[in-house]
Design a protein. Structure first.
Ligand SMILES: Cc1ncc(COP(=O)(O)O)c(C=O)c1O
Length: 394
């Protein structure tokens, strides 16, 4: 169990807010517990868009990393990630970017194919580089990503006579925070059936299936915590399909969410005829809970320091110029004071990356890693954003 006082006061200092703190002990425990549930042919692929800061800490403990843009790729290079672990994904890969990766790392990454055009581009670049690449064809889930079965089968026929692209299997992802577990079951069963069909019709024996289940993470108070049960059922269902090859699970949220804390300090307290308000030095541009719209639901928040005083209910609001910058409504705080820190839990996934962080040109938060062994370590200082929102005068 995390002791928040230890974290905030680690190394004799105090965490400078607003900040994200990623607890690496919790992250590693999470990976170990997810892996324990999965059988031997199932490996993890961390979808780094959930939180790119976790690439370096996960380098050694996760087998694959889903990388969707040149920027994400550069983060992996800086983290010295073994390129055999990279799945170069994303709906659009430019010729220059593909050429760079192939020139620098050859056939080490796995490449995903998102269209016939992108297939042609990958094949052309591989031929020019005189290499063979391994690829996954992304099967569409009725949106702009991937290809339908007709195009998928055209690509398969084409690769039959090509030595530069080797298709390892299919990739499939249809969305995040799936409440309906039956949708996940139905997806794995239809992928399994499609593999059988492809074997029958084309004699194709795929070695791999890369699947992103979009498993649900519960964020809010009064929510029935089903996360572990769902994970158990999912692992069981995977063990029951016909496909016996390697199953690569692309996951972001359920890996990253639990290790992250978002810390914001109370900077003003006031009362109007309507309500009591706490203004904090962060806001909705920095912390993001899927499904929280306008603070209709309350995440897990803790006040520091803890006070024995009477509790009053406050609307906790950020520092943006919009009425929608509400982090929690009618949240009980004990003797709230300016300078108190509010700790928002389960903020490890999609907060760093999905917030409207350039709105109002406020600084990006500090980022800390925490572990019991190393204490609190600042890995990125607050960064100004005005330079991104203004003309550059030489
Ligand atoms: C292709 C792909 N795979 C995996 C993920 C991770 O999804 P989640 O965070 O729900 O596990 C995403 C998220 O957008 C994605 O686009």
């Amino acid at each position: 169990m995390m002791n928040y006082e230890d974290i905030l006061r680690a190394n004799g200092g105090i965490c400078e807010t607003p900040a994200y703190v990623f607890d690496l002990d919790i992250l590693r425990d999470r990976i170990a517990s997810v892996k324990k549930k999965l059988s031997g042919n199932v490996i993890l692929c961390y979808a780094m868009k959930a939180n790119p800061f976790l690439v370096a800490p996960l380098c050694e403990v996760v087998e694959k990393f889903e990388v969707c843009s040149p920027g994400e790729f550069r983060i992996c290079e800086k983290a010295k990630l073994n390129m055999n672990k990279v799945v170069l994904s994303g709906v659009y890969k430019s010729k220059e970017d593909i050429q760079y990766v192939m020139y620098a790392y050859g056939g080490q990454p796995t490449y995903t194919i998102e269209s016939f055009e992108q297939y042609r581009l990958l094949k052309g670049c591989a031929r020019k580089e005189k290499i063979q690449i391994s690829a996954l064809i992304r099967l569409s889930s009725k949106n702009q990503f991937g290809v339908d079965k007709k195009v998928l089968e055209q690509i398969l026929k084409d690769t039959d006579n090509d030595s530069h692209v080797r298709i390892k299997g299919l990739q499939f992802y249809s969305g995040t925070q799936k409440r309906n577990f039956n949708q996940i079951l139905s997806e794995i069963h239809s992928l399994d059936a499609y593999y059988i069909e492809l074997k029958k019709n084309f004699g194709i024996h795929f070695e791999e299936l890369e699947y992103g289940p979009g498993l649900y993470t519960s964020y809010f108070n009064n929510e029935d915590e089903q996360d572990e049960i769902v994970l158990d059922e999912f692992a069981k269902a995977l063990g029951e399909i016909n496909f016996q090859g390697k199953i690569v699970l692309e996951m972001g949220r359920i890996i990253a969410a639990c290790c992250g804390l978002y810390m914001a300090s109370i900077v003003d307290i006031k009362e109007t005829e309507e309500a009591k308000y706490c203004i904090v030095d962060g806001g909705i541009h920095q912390v993001n809970y899927y499904g929280q719209t306008m603070a209709m639901r309350t995440p897990d928040i803790e006040q520091f320091p803890k006070r024995p005083d009477e509790k009053f209910r406050y609307n906790i609001c950020g520092s943006l110029c919009t009425v929608s910058d509400i982090l929690a409504k009618q949240f009980p705080l004990s003797g709230a004071k300016i300078g108190d820190i509010l700790i928002f839990k389960k903020a490890g996934a999609y907060s760093v990356t999905e917030g409207i962080s350039l709105f109002l040109s406020r600084d990006l938060p500090n980022v800390y890693f925490y572990s019991e062994k190393e204490g609190l370590r600042k890995v990125r200082s607050a960064q100004p954003t005005d330079i991104m929102n203004s003309v550059i005068y030489d």
